[in-house]
Ligand binder design. Structure first.
Ligand code: BG6
Ligand code: MG
Length: 210
């Protein structure tokens, strides 16, 4: 591989939290009587919590004040955190674990670049606390993807310029963020179909063949 660092998105790349985000947003939408489905849920991928809430509320017949929105986001997050309690190291796939280990054994530095403010909880649940050389998440950024801030901070934390790092993303907002920051980008899942990605992965271990 031509890169000295790899920056991984967390949700949808290292582990799958999609179903929990979906269930938590669905519970909130149902309580408020707002229509919500998996297609709308797809638009929330890579997007911050408050921006996600705005998308969920698009189908609402009334508007909400800033304070009400903050309470709704907290309600969703409380449900989500409850659901995350089910996660364990069994939710870390062998493919992901081996890919990370092999990259490290080749001297490649690895980081997390996630929009989530729950990244450290999730990493702990799946047994990856301390596995990354740097973790930059929703708590350390002020602009969410598609802004490149999260990846630029992760590269800086690795001590590498963007052109020496590869970003791995499953969300279109994340691909846009990576390219805006001057990074090459490998798309997996939904983002494997993005025409702008530098590489397409069917499994994370495809990285080892680059
Ligand atoms: C991203 C997810 O990683 O984090 C989004 O793809 C989510 O769906 C965002 O909205 C923010 O997550 P959190 O955990 O801070 O609510
Ligand atoms: Mg993602």
């Amino acid at each position: 591989m031509n890169y000295q660092g790899v920056i991984f998105d967390l949700d949808g790349v290292i582990c799958s939290t999609d179903q929990y985000h979906y269930q938590a947003w669905k519970a909130l939408a149902d309580r408020l009587g707002i229509y919500f489905d998996p297609v709308i849920n797809n638009r929330l991928r890579g997007v911050s919590r408050m921006e996600s809430l705005d998308i969920v509320l698009e189908k609402s017949s009334r508007s909400y004040t800033r304070a009400e929105k903050e309470a709704l986001a907290t309600e969703k997050n409380d449900t989500y955190r409850q659901l995350l309690q089910q996660m364990s190291p069994a939710d870390l796939s062998g493919d992901v674990a081996e890919t990370l280990e092999t990259l490290k054994s080749r001297g490649i530095r690895i980081a997390i670049g996630s929009s989530s403010k729950n990244a450290s909880v999730i990493l702990e649940r799946i047994g990856l606390s301390g596995a990354f050389d740097a973790v930059v998440d929703g708590n350390s950024i002020s602009r969410s993807k598609p802004d490149p801030e999260v990846f630029l901070k992760a590269a800086q934390a690795l001590g590498l310029p963007p052109e020496k790092c590869l970003v791995v993303e499953d969300a279109h907002a994340g691909v846009a963020a990576a390219l805006a920051g001057g990074f090459a980008c490998a798309g997996i899942g939904d983002a494997a179909g993005n025409p702008d990605v530098t590489y397409r992965l069917t499994a994370l271990s495809d990285l080892l063949k680059l």
